[in-house]
Design a protein around this ligand. Structure first.
Ligand code: MG
Length: 366
């Protein structure tokens, strides 16, 4: 199975409601879709979201990474040379983690199709179903309270609350939500780098003293501030999960060696795909650190690849793959089934994606 052509296109999917964090506000998913074509007719699919504020990836940058580096590197290669292909992909351009992730998932898709096995089984096959949390965007406390009640009504039992935009309001937001949902509902918070270390300790311990029962906090401080994160981890009653601080396996190792965080968040778009995510998962197993798997604002196409990884690996104990349920429409054919919190992986060969609905992809000349 030889790679003959790589095509790029754009998809546009409106969100149910605007997605707001301490870093940004977004109303639709506008992602680059990648198709790796082969001489057997098999196609591998990938997707890259332009998350400039986190990964630095833009639509122009993603398209440029493919046109100037990745296409030249992969076209003509044999899908069966999987390890070599993944190494060549990761060697052909630095940074650009989202375009590398899109190509990586398409290569895994093809490799699974070649051997007629779903990717999650290829990687370990620990389970077929996972349960995701759902994100509640940053808004005024009353709006967030209503959104939390709505989510619980739809069956979610784990809420991820975005905080960090205005520290003085964050406690008020959590009090409003905690008072409105049953006590057994798990509440985790994501500050998206919004706090300074001392401020984070003060806010988090204040929240626990109020009985808000926070499961953990994601990325309380700046991505580069490993010492600051360690400061918070050592002093806060609330466990800490490193997200924006961990792009590579090297970052994850450093965080774990420093004991700067209690948990690590794996996102394919930060680490450049499954090939590198497996290294983070293995390091976490060695250090006895549990992982969460997360996504950017991605359609089902890219999140489906994260589902395969999460279903393969037991070290991934926390799932934050709500991208598809935040979307108003689903234009992707095949892949995992998303029924609110319950995600069931596809047993079709490879990633199980059969493409994008007719008329819902705009191809870019390459
Ligand atoms: Mg996060």
């Amino acid at each position: 199975m030889k790679i003959t052509e790589i095509r790029l296109g754009m998809i546009s999917v409106p969100l149910r409601v605007p997605f707001k964090t301490a870093l940004r506000s977004v109303s639709s998913v506008e992602d680059v879709v990648v198709e790796i074509h082969t001489d057997t007719g098999a196609v591998g699919y990938g997707e890259a979201p332009p998350t400039g504020v986190i990964t630095g990836d833009t639509i122009g940058g993603i398209v440029g990474a493919f046109k100037e580096h990745i296409i030249k590197t992969l076209v003509g290669r044999d899908v069966d040379d999987h390890e070599d292909n993944l190494r060549a992909l990761n060697a052909c351009i630095v940074h650009n983690s989202s375009p590398r992730a899109a190509a990586d998932m398409a290569l895994w898709d093809l490799y699974g199709q070649l051997y007629n096995i779903p990717v999650y089984k290829l990687l370990g096959g620990a389970r077929k179903q996972i349960v995701t949390d759902i994100t509640i965007s940053v808004n005024d406390p009353e709006q967030m309270r209503r959104d939390a009640i709505d989510a619980v009504g739809r069956g979610y039992d784990c809420l991820k609350i975005k905080v960090g935009a205005n520290p003085s309001l964050d406690v008020e937001r959590l009090v409003a939500i905690r008072g409105a949902v049953p006590p057994e509902v798990c509440v985790r918070i994501d500050a998206n780098q919004g706090w300074e270390p001392k401020e984070a300790v003060r806010i988090l311990n204040g929240m626990q003293e109020k009985g808000l029962d926070i499961e953990f906090v994601e990325q309380p401080v700046k991505a580069h501030d490993f010492e600051g994160m360690k400061y918070v981890t050592e002093r806060s009653y609330v466990p800490v999960l490193a997200d924006e601080s961990v792009f590579s396996a090297a970052d994850a190792l450093r965080i774990m060696q420093m004991r700067a965080a209690d948990f690590v968040n794996i996102k394919l778009m930060k680490c450049g795909g499954i090939h590198n995510a497996l290294k983070i998962a293995s390091a976490a197993e060695v250090y006895g650190v549990e992982c969460m798997i997360g996504c950017m604002l991605e359609s089902k196409l890219a999140v489906n690849a994260a589902v395969h990884l999460a279903c393969a690996k037991k070290v991934i104990t926390k799932v934050d793959l709500d991208g598809p349920v935040l979307c108003r429409e689903d234009h992707i054919l095949g892949g995992a089934t998303f029924e609110e919190k319950l995600i069931t992986v596809s047993d079709a060969p490879g990633m199980g994606i059969r493409g994008v609905q007719e008329g819902k992809i705009t191809y870019i000349d390459s």
